[in-house]
Write a protein that binds this ligand. Structure first.
Ligand SMILES: CC(C)(COP(=O)(O)OP(=O)(O)OC[C@H]1O[C@@H](n2cnc3c(N)ncnc32)[C@H](O)[C@@H]1OP(=O)(O)O)[C@@H](O)C(=O)NCCC(=O)NCCS
Length: 160
């Protein structure tokens, strides 16, 4: 198993993995935009034949300028999508992918925290974020998903 930064060549494999694992799917331009704009913070896991078996795709939210010139928010990372193929689960791949992305968010962009959304019924992902990585629930966003399910908005402080 090899875990490394995602490149543009990986994106069809990433998209195929996403389609197998999650109901939230995206057009290729979405994957491409993220990989091109923030190339340091998305990672893939590949098997011995080079097939993508897991990925994390992340972005950076930059502070916006307010009218009085102050910055409105801190620079932070946001995990858009993560998944691991079923037969490769519980091997620590998702945890490793998340940790690599978080490290790069800090070292490259000086991100002060990382956020994400997760379905409130997704016990495996919640256990990963809360128990294995230390995220906390910042708020519940009602009917966030297309089918009406609520999302937990979770956060992890990345400051030293
Ligand atoms: C959630 C998901 C990414 C986890 O991937 P994974 O590679 O199996 O996770 P890891 O092996 O790194 O797990 C690390 C820890 O997370 C927790 N965890 C992961 N899966 C779990 C499960 N099914 N039940 C309970 N805890 C779980 C455990 O604490 C685990 O540590 P342990 O194995 O030592 O007990 C994977 O189940 C998946 O792809 N699910 C479908 C897509 C999805 O839901 N993505 C998240 C959308 S927000």
């Amino acid at each position: 198993m090899n875990i490394r930064r995602a490149t543009a060549d990986d994106l069809f494999g990433v998209q195929a993995t996403n389609l197998q694992n999650l109901p939230e799917n995206y057009l290729m331009k979405f994957w491409m935009y993220h990989a091109m704009t923030w190339p340091q913070i998305s990672f893939v896991a590949e098997d011995h034949k080079g097939r993508i078996v897991g990925y994390v795709l992340a972005k950076i939210d930059e502070p916006e300028d307010t009218d009085n010139g102050a910055k409105k928010a801190e620079v932070h990372g946001h995990v858009n999508s993560i998944s691991v193929l079923r037969s490769y689960r519980r091997l620590g791949l998702a945890r490793k992918l998340m940790l690599l992305s978080q490290e790069a968010m800090v070292s490259v962009y000086k991100a002060s925290f990382v956020s994400l959304h997760v379905r409130k019924s997704n016990m495996a992902a919640i256990a990963l974020y809360r128990d294995a990585l230390g995220f906390r629930v910042a708020k519940v966003e009602e009917k966030y998903y297309g089918d009406g399910e609520d999302a937990l908005s979770m956060r992890l402080d990345l400051s030293p």
